[in-house]
Design a protein around this ligand. Sequence first.
Ligand code: PLP
Length: 387
Amino acid sequence: MNYSGLLNTYSRYPVEFVKGEGAYLYDTEGKEYVDFLCGIAVTGFGHNHPDIKNAVQKQLDGFWHVSNLYHSSAQESLAKKLAEQSGLNYVFFSNSGTESIEAAIKFARKFGKEKYEIITTLNSFHGRTFGSLSATGQYKFWEGFAPLVPGFKHVAFGEIEAIENAITDNTVAVLIETIQGEGGVNVPPSGYIKKLRELCTAKGILLIIDEVQTGMGRTGKFFSYLHHDVIPDIVATAKGIANGIPLGATICSKEVADAIKPGNHGSTFGGNPLAIAAANVVADLLNEKTLASIQDSGKILMDGLHGLHMNEIKEIRGKGLIIGVEMQNGFSSKDIASAMLKRGVLIGTSGDSVIRLLPPFIITEKEISKFLLTFRNVVSDMSVQKN
Ligand SMILES: Cc1ncc(COP(=O)(O)O)c(C=O)c1O
């Protein structure tokens, strides 16, 4: 291992970026890359967005930090926007996805009093800190970190009976992604989320939706559960919320919020002024027109992928601008991502065989065509080498 001073937690691609503009990034050699990853679903409005930059700059010129001990009208303004869009009432701000999930778990347990069990799904991903890691339904992330936090049950994703059978008198909540992002861009059968809401209501347990990856416009609705005509009891979101400035948000119903008192939870940096300034602009930019254009661009990309008619593709799935392409016949997602990087296109992966596409909302047909052409060429070159 080369000594970089950095702990070896990431296998990094051999490129360093020095500049970003819209849907493009530029490396130290000045080479241009079209960004179909957005820092893993973060920079939805692209790099260097002028309105977001101006808002952060203005806040920088004022102050950077005062703690959460004082009133903040900017936090309150964002909280009201998130409450309105989510159909819920109160917001707790943190700094990341995993923290937004930790808060959701704590609020649910506080609400549940003596009840503490939370049902989550296999292949889910909820974060890397102990609560969210214990909620995550993938063994590879737990390995070596036992004992985990007790009280989590993992059942099959997409099967309502599996959740129903797991509910006991101790169950306080179900925690779920509407599309499993990290786990393979897995889309559940239609009607699943709606039935889950009905089940939770009937059993008197909370429905917590993890919108860390799918929220903030990614699927073409402000929150992805709005495609399913449901309102959860708690929503956790982060990633795209401030277009790259760290921020997490946990949004709760009034009933859940009533269980929380000063001192029950907190964060020194949570809802920091720079992130809140950026997120207030992001929330305004995510209007009906933008959400419709995300759905349109997602359809163009999805249709383009289907139009490639490639034997190497097993399945194409997703919603809006979160799309997974599952490869078959031993094609490795990492090899494809590396080859595409060399040709100036950044993409993500979910496991060994799924490539994950998370382009910015400002993507145009020009960039979609560039992606499709590069993807087709990379995979056909790899096919030739294999044979
Ligand atoms: C659905 C989901 N939940 C939680 C997280 C954790 O977010 P963070 O990496 O900001 O802690 C992620 C990150 O990929 C995620 O995709």
